[in-house]
Design a protein around this ligand. Sequence first.
Ligand SMILES: C[S@@+](CC[C@H](N)C(=O)[O-])C[C@H]1O[C@@H](n2cnc3c(N)ncnc32)[C@H](O)[C@@H]1O
Length: 337
Amino acid sequence: MKGTSECLRQQGMNKAQVNHTHSNAQLERIVKKMTTTMQDLEIIIANQSENDILNRLDNSYKEISEMTEDDRSFINALILRNKPKKILEIGVSRGGSSIVILNAVKEIENSHLYSIDYNQTWYRTHDRQTGDFVAHYPELKAAWTLYTGGLSLKFIEKIGPGIDFCLIDTVHFNPGEILDFLMVLPFLKEEALVVFHDTKYNTYCYKKNRRFVENGITNNMLMSTIYGKKYVSSALSFANHSFPNIGAIKINSDTGKHIFEIFNLLTIKWNYLPNNEEEKEIILFFEKYYDKIFVDYLKDVFLHHRNYFEIIKLEKEGQRKTVKYWIIKLGSKLLKR
Ligand SMILES: C[S@@+](CC[C@H](N)C(=O)[O-])C[C@H]1O[C@@H](n2cnc3c(N)ncnc32)[C@H](O)[C@@H]1O
């Protein structure tokens, strides 16, 4: 994928503007100025000793990592500063982010990472197991439990409550992470940190990525909607005049009072439909953890999106039939000549 700077150049910024970077000290001054009045936002600048811990990892995992250096150092710094004991990761791929977390966790006594992935095999080619690359780091495996082959609701009760750090990096399209977050919320500790990746998916502005611009809104919406203190990464976001692509929210006792805002996001256009079996499982699971009013809301949401998908399907079939009719009509006219 092309870089953000190229994207900005396409938007008309000149090379000097785009390549402008700040020293750490300059960056800290800018950030301080910006955040003195913002109690609900913290910009994370990883320090040298935090990055040294990340950099002691053998580099081979970078080949399969689906995150930038900045994203990885954001996660690493957040873990080292908050020392979570029970960590949940949803969305594993080959294990790039798992490796970063497991490496940081070595600094924390009795800390454990539970990872969940919908797919048993790697989602891109299905020719290897999900999380396979962690095997290259055998010294990290003792603190790791991996569950694959289903939505979070299938494993979360086994993992249990008291999660104090959670990375959600799954679909990036609706309903994706909205449902994932609601599945784990009842299992999060008060003051848990929830990290979302690809929060600027909707600003990837290349022609071939129009799908992202139009639909990759999920994680950005969640960053704005979930109630709590927000943390964003500095390096990409401000030094390169771009938007943060990774962020976290520290939930608190008021997050649950703002739950309607999250359920309400589910009415916004979906890009895929969970299958009927999954819908049943989701409703049954939500009945255990959410008030009836929200479960009923969710049932209506499913109904709405199923109807909408059906309408779109019928419209497309109708368009195909019309085109076919005109081709046949034109063909027979030409034959008569
Ligand atoms: C973008 S990749 C994760 C990348 C990984 N965090 C990393 O940094 O290397 C997304 C992963 O989420 C998984 N996935 C998609 N939807 C999911 C869901 N609802 N619950 C759990 N996993 C999901 C996919 O199988 C895929 O492995």
